[in-house]
Design a protein around this ligand. Structure first.
Ligand code: PGA
Length: 247
């Protein structure tokens, strides 16, 4: 049985009292039997939310793979783990595209996260121009090869994958059921080929990109979709919780 996971990526949204209220609402209404929930608030709120000692784990949207040093504005992997965060997003398309994070740099982040007992939620996904020429499977499996291809089986067992087509993120345009299932099945096959049948079969692969309370149930019904990485719709407790109950 694979884990079912719904993760909220709050991005650069919410003021402090809004973030606390959202976390409290999600945490108090959440019943763990539906699926596992995770939230990724802006870094300035992470410690306070972890300090609520809720049931919903709080992760970071970003960190730097070095332990410490002259990286103004960055947060080190050891700071993240010392603050008690157990999950981190890695490879989100906004980090790749706006902040120029390469596959090589993402590989370092994934290694650093695993070395500090942080579960990397590894994001992959193709831009529209790649899908237009039917290059999406090759593009995404290359992203995976260059970021997680070097891991051992036991390291991969600690990762979560998220497929997020870039053209669906924040656009209101969701992948169709067929498009999502095709890519999730291809990712799972790639994992099986590289790491073995068992780990490929049990690794959670989440869908992200304009997933909301109206379309989550059909997406989550796809055999290889194990939940969602939710942006916009995670900023409202009711819609996020409705998504969590869409399995
Ligand atoms: P969206 O974002 O749900 O707002 O499309 C998803 C994400 O970027 O993780």
């Amino acid at each position: 049985m694979r884990k079912k996971i719904v993760a909220g990526n709050w991005k650069m949204n919410l003021l402090p009292e809004e973030a606390l209220e959202l976390y409290r609402k999600i945490d108090s209404d959440y019943f763990a039997d539906a699926c596992e929930l995770l939230v990724f608030p802006p870094a300035v709120y992470v410690m306070e939310l972890i300090g609520q000692h809720g049931k919903v784990p709080v992760g970071v949207q970003n960190f730097h793979p070095e332990e410490s040093g002259a990286f103004t504005g960055e947060i080190s992997v050891s700071q993240v783990s010392s603050c008690g965060a157990k999950y981190a997003l890695v490879g989100h398309s906004e980090r790749r595209m706006i902040f120029n994070e390469s596959n090589d740099f993402l590989k370092k982040k994934i290694n650093a996260a695993l070395a500090h007992d942080i579960v990397p939620l590894v994001c992959c996904g193709e831009p529209m121009e790649i899908r237009d020429v039917e290059g999406h499977v090759a593009f995404v499996t290359n992203q995976l090869a260059e970021t997680i291809g070097h891991l051992t089986v036991s390291e991969l067992e600690r990762c979560i994958i998220a497929y997020e087509p870039v053209w669906a993120i924040g656009t209101g345009r969701t992948a169709s059921i067929d498009q999502a299932q095709e890519m999730h099945a291809s990712i799972r096959q790639w994992l099986k080929n590289h790491f073995g049948e068992h780990v490929g079969a049990v690794t959670p692969i989440l869908y992200g990109g304009s997933c909301n309370a109206s379309n989550a149930s059909e997406l989550f019904a796809c055999p290889d979709v194990d939940g969602g990485l939710i942006g916009g719709a995670s900023l409202d407790a009711a819609s996020f919780l409705k998504i969590a109950r869409s399995f």
